[in-house]
Design a binder for this molecule. Sequence first.
Ligand code: AMP
Length: 218
Amino acid sequence: MSKIIVMIGAPGAGKGTQSRLLSEKYGYPQISTGDILREMAQADTSLGRKIKETMAAGQLVSDEILAQVILERTSQPDCENGYILDGYPRTLNQAHLLEDLALKQRKQVHLARVVVSEDALFKRLTGRRTCAKCGEIYNIYFRSPKVEGVCDLDGAPLAQRSDDNPESVSRRFEEYRRSTAPLIDYYRQSGRLIELDGELPVMEVFEKLCAVIEGPKS
Ligand code: AMP
C-alpha cells in the first residue's frame, strides 16, 4: 500500500529538513503547506493578502483553505505512489480530513513527530537565515556564513522569513500549543505515533526515521 508520511513537530523542529531527506531517498514528493501558502501569499488578491497577514502574525491559515490546498496538491500524478506532508495536519479538524483523504486515496498514514525543546527552537527560528537563490539554510547562532548576510555557496544575499522575528515566533509557539498539541495526544492514543529526538544530529534522526518507516527487516 502506498504511504502518506506525516511529519509533525513544533516550528523549527526540523520537519522540513527530514522531509527533504526522505524525499531524496524514497522519491516521494515533499508537500510543505508553509511553502505553498508562502507562494499563494505573493498574489495581489484578497486571498493572497489574507494569507500573508495571517502568516506574518504567526497564526494558522483556515482549515477550509488548507483542505483545498491539500486536495489539489495530492491529486497530482506525482503523489500516486505516496507523498510526504510537511506541516499538515496542524489541527484536529485537519487530522480528521486527512484520515478521510487517505481512505479515498487508499494510502496508509505513517506519523512521525520530531521533538525539540522550546529554548532550542527559539534560537533555531530567530537565528535562521536562508539564501534567496539556492535555499541553503544558515543560523546566526549555530552556523553563520563566512561573510555576514551572504551565502557561502553562491554569494547571494541571505533573507529572514517574515515570521521568524521574536514576536511571530512566540505567536507560532502559542498556536502550536493550542492547536497542534491536542493532535499529538490524538495520534498517540491511536498508537501510531513515532517520536524522535530532534536534538540529535540530523543524520541520526534521519536513520531512525527511515528504520521505522521501512519497518522490521525480514
Ligand atoms: P511552516 O513553514 O510550516 O512553519 O508554516 C508557516 C506558516 O504557514 C504557519 O505559521 C501558518 O501560518 C501557515 N501554515 C502552514 N501549514 C499550515 C496548516 N496545516 N494549517 C494552517 N496554517 C498553516
